[in-house]
Design a protein around this ligand. Structure first.
Ligand code: GLA
Ligand code: ZN
Length: 682
């Protein structure tokens, strides 16, 4: 079996199918475990995530441990061929712990300490919390890290949020002091002389708060960087505890979406062995078609894969409806399988769920599960889960560990997102960074050109095309990286509101400066017009007319060539699309928030100019998205239909249909919410 990447889970090197399992809720009914095992086997479930919220059962009183129940469950599952992804229980702590040590409870931005409750509601700085977590993690590792069933550590659960307690304030001050060294440097970086907010003592440094400082944007950025740093530091203490016992069991933590407010996930990548995430899209919603939903999912899958440029795990998705979205809709027949396949198509080596058995009470009792409270396998959800379990089993030998080579990268930078969220002007009703990314991503998603989603800290060599939509904040060093990329022959695309501020949110000075990449783009920007939602400008390029919304920059070409211009308003005739030869490469700039069609046209041209690899060279019908993975011996093409009717894809040559074993050629029909995996030898 040819593999490109070392297995994510070496002890069980196969596509994982399973998910969160909370048997601690059912310990007084042993027949439940019995039945669950029978049903897991029937549904082709080969792994379960255990212990995520089990701390109160593992340590019912301080220093009193009970692992017997978990021993039995792990052993029984293993005897039935089911492996364990074992969690550290730090995501939710027991009542006794918070009652005895209130410092573990999180403090809100307004200074109020939370009561006990909920989860991920603790202070990541508290030495006491770290000590208690390390104790239980160490004991768990001593007990299970050499168990043959345990294949992966699931560190905590969905890290998130921030704490404003005195311990965190002290840690933040230390972090800031280390970063800046002197108060002069700090005051300059944060432009603190504005409104007389000059810091005269380090003790004045305090986290942003709605009842305190919200106006210093540099402070805000640094606070978010600190929260990310502190969360990773906390996670690393957990990783150290489990690795001390057996360094060979890989670690992961389950992330959320790509635009999480608090955390910069890119900064997590070096601390983990495997990236995993939890995907909860709103399929079948009335305001955004399934194709758009699928595009957003794909983009996040691509980002998760790009973090370590290797296969990741889909740690959670819902088997049917969630219970926490505004309207928790059922997944219509077929959508569950298709959405799992979409993850695999973009580089996942698993399909895992929240949850395997439904809770009977508390706030998630209406969340769907593989085994619902009806207790029967005679459900649509169970059948669809079983079907995709069978598919994953069939695909495993061919797909597991295969790569997703990308010649194109889109820069999505979390620090840039933070800065844009805060920037006050030019359009406070929304700069829509995410929408800008999505519009640039769309062509590639649709047509089967693989894309990495990376941030400003990544190496750009090896890419043919790099797209940096709305990269307002230039983190240190990104100018030189982009400059070298173009000079060496790469193609760069930037869009409006790029290169406005530096790493600490200070505006760059001067008109045509290298700080703003003016040399590479061959232009400088004089003004930016903001449009109301009901307004638009237009441009015509290659005979087609496109709508421009939100932001319109007024640029002055220096060395660039103008390819398209504004058609209305006082800046009619000014450039919308420019092209600048720089060194061996070329840089394009799109000076307004152009529509998706515009970017489809632009990238169709650039894909040809850069000779990018397509999954299949074909006209892709509505509803269909293509992508591909590659092992040492074959290219695997995923044809997915998110549309509401069947669609036919014209194949450019005969392929093996991996699931049916047949050779397919000519026109390949894909049912509504259907998919096919095609293979060709390389
Ligand atoms: C998250 C959590 C799970 C569960 C699901 C519900 O992803 O990690 O514990 O709450 O959401 O959708
Ligand atoms: Zn704290």
């Amino acid at each position: 079996m040819a593999q490109r990447f070392a297995p994510a889970t070496p002890k069980f090197p196969h596509m994982l199918h399973g998910g969160d399992y909370n048997p601690e809720q059912w310990l007084d009914q042993p027949e439940v475990l019995e039945e669950d095992i029978r049903l897991f086997r029937k549904a082709h479930i080969n792994c379960v995530s255990l212990g995520i919220f089990s701390w109160a059962k593992l340590e019912p009183e301080e220093g009193v441990y009970d692992f017997g129940w978990l021993d039995e469950i792990i052993d029984r599952l293993y005897a039935n061929g089911i492996y364990t992804v074992l969690a550290t229980p730090s995501g939710a702590r027991p009542q006794w712990l918070a009652q005895k040590y209130p410092e573990v409870l999180r403090v809100r931005p307004d200074g109020l300490r939370n009561f006990y409750g909920h989860r991920q509601n603790h202070c990541y700085t508290s030495p006491l919390y770290r000590e208690k977590v390390t104790q239980i993690d160490t004991l768990l590792a001593e007990h299970y890290a050499n168990h043959p069933a345990v294949i992966l550590w699931h560190i905590s659960n969905e890290f998130g949020g921030e704490c404003h307690c005195e311990l965190c304030q002290a840690a933040f001050r230390e972090w800031v002091q280390k970063k800046y060294g002197t108060l002069d440097k700090l005051n300059h970086a944060w432009w603190a002389n504005f409104w007389s907010h000059t810091y005269t003592d380090w003790s004045q440094v305090h986290s942003p708060s709605p009842v305190g400082e919200t106006s210093v944007h540099g402070l805000d950025l640094d606070w978010r960087r600190f929260v990310t740093h502190q969360t990773i530091d906390f996670m690393k203490t957990e990783i150290a505890a489990v690795k001390a016992v057996n360094p060979d069991i890989p670690v992961t933590t389950n992330m959320m979406t790509m635009y999480t407010y608090e955390l910069n996930y890119f900064a997590f990548r070096d601390a983990l062995d495997v990236i995993s995430w939890d995907n909860y899209p709103e399929w079948h919603n009335p305001y955004m078609g399934n194709e758009e939903v699928a595009k957003d999912c794909a983009m996040t899958h691509d980002m998760m894969r790009s973090l370590q440029k290797k296969p990741f795990l889909l740690m959670e998705c819902t088997p049917n409806a969630t219970n926490w979205q505004g309207v928790s809709k059922l997944k219509k027949p077929g959508m569950h399988q298709l959405s799992v396949i979409e993850a695999v198509a973009h580089g996942a080596d698993s399909g895992q769920y929240f949850q395997l058995r439904q809770s009977r009470g508390s706030c998630e009792k209406f969340h769907s599960a593989v085994i619902s409270n009806t207790g029967t396998e005679n459900t649509r959800t169970f059948r669809e889960v079983t079907d995709i379990g069978t598919v994953l089993e069939q695909l495993s030998d061919r797909v597991y560990g295969s790569g997703t080579p990308a010649e194109t990268a889109i820069l999505f930078d979390t620090e840039n997102k933070w800065a844009l969220d805060k920037c006050q002007g030019p359009r406070n009703i929304g700069l829509d960074y995410f929408g800008n990314i999505r519009r640039n991503y769309s062509y590639f998603w649709k047509n089967g050109i693989n894309v990495d989603i990376i941030d400003s800290t990544f190496d750009l060599s090896g890419y043919k095309l790099v797209i940096a939509p709305m990269l307002y904040l230039f983190r240190d060093g990104i100018q030189e990286k982009l400059r070298r990329f173009v000079r060496d022959g790469g193609t760069l695309v930037t869009t409006c509101f790029t290169g406005v501020v530096n790493d600490t949110d200070l505006s760059f000075l001067g008109e045509a400066t290298g700080d703003k990449l003016s040399d590479v783009l061959g232009l400088w920007v004089e003004e930016v017009d903001s449009l109301y939602d009901c307004e638009s400008n237009r441009t015509t390029w290659n005979g087609k007319s496109y709508s421009l919304k939100e932001l319109c920059e007024i640029c002055h070409p220096t060395t660039c060539e103008t390819l398209a211009v504004y058609e209305t308003d006082f800046y009619a005739g000014k450039p919308v699309l420019t092209k600048n030869q720089f060194g061996k490469g070329v840089a394009y700039h799109v000076s307004a928030s152009a529509d998706t069609d515009f970017f489809h046209a632009l990238y169709a041209k650039l894909a040809a100019a850069c000779d990018l690899t397509y999954a299949i060279r074909t006209a892709v019908p509505d509803g269909i998205s293509l992508t591909w993975r590659q092992s040492d011996t074959e290219k695997l093409i995923f044809v997915q239909n998110f549309g509401d009717s069947a669609a036919a894809v014209q194949l450019d040559q005969p392929y093996e249909n991996v699931l049916s074993g047949e050779t397919v050629s000519g026109s390949l029909n894909i049912e509504k919410y259907g998919f096919a995996v095609l293979a060709k030898q390389i």
